[in-house]
Design a protein around this ligand. Structure first.
Ligand SMILES: [Fe+2]
Ligand SMILES: [Fe+2]
Length: 210
């Protein structure tokens, strides 16, 4: 990603935050993010958007996708009385959950040197990312912890961020984690909405770089 793209994504992220989130402490949360590598770090080491600037771009993708799913699928069904959940989601809650769901990844990916063979079978070094987590509190849990330090999260936002990894992070069948995950999906449509938007963004729109 170029410096210009990273700058544009940063600006769009800040614009979305100010447009959709009107909550005490937002400026402090954004100030915290500015002092981390949030706008420059990748979204993963080996998978979707594993490039500089990937995490911010992924957060934008998840938010835009969540808004679209809500507008095109969930909301019309709620209006026609066909959804189990009758209360429409606020766009503020969608923004909070989507834009901040992966802040646990801040300051976690370090650049390292790896080696591979080039087309002439000669060794060459290349830059890659590796994980170095100084607060391994759990993926969704850590995002909840960080965001809650600055803004008050609603119950459905907490549940959505906590369980956004869906079935990838729920433990074995029959465990308390699995029961809590299922129960959370019954509390608010935001829980499944965030999972869907996260999966769709990662697998539909975000390239993996070798
Ligand atoms: Fe995540
Ligand atoms: Fe994500």
């Amino acid at each position: 990603m170029t410096d210009l793209e990273i700058q544009q994504n940063r600006q769009l992220f800040l614009d979305y935050c100010h447009q959709y989130v009107h909550r005490e402490g937002l400026d402090k949360l954004l100030n915290y993010l500015e002092h981390t590598d949030f706008f420059e770090t990748p979204s993963s080491t080996k998978f979707h958007l594993n490039v500089r600037g990937g995490l911010c771009k992924h957060s934008l993708n998840v938010f835009e996708t969540a808004l679209s799913i809500n507008k095109c699928i969930l909301l019309p069904k709620q209006k026609s009385g066909e959804s189990i959940f009758s209360e429409p989601l606020s766009e503020e809650s969608i923004a909070v959950a989507a834009l901040f769901h992966d802040v646990c990844k801040c300051n976690m990916y370090k650049v390292t040197e790896r080696w591979r063979k080039d087309e002439h079978n000669k060794w060459e070094s290349y830059k890659a990312y590796e994980v170095s987590d100084d607060f391994p509190f759990g993926h969704g849990e850590k995002s909840c912890y960080i965001v809650s330090h600055y803004i008050r999260l609603m119950r459905d936002e907490l549940l959505a961020i906590r369980w956004h990894m869906g079935m990838y992070d729920v433990g074995e069948a029959g465990t308390p984690n699995r029961f809590s995950f299922y129960a959370a999906t019954d509390v608010s449509p935001l829980v499944v909405l965030l999972q869907m938007a996260d999966m769709a963004s990662s697998h539909w729109f975000e390239e993996t770089f070798q």
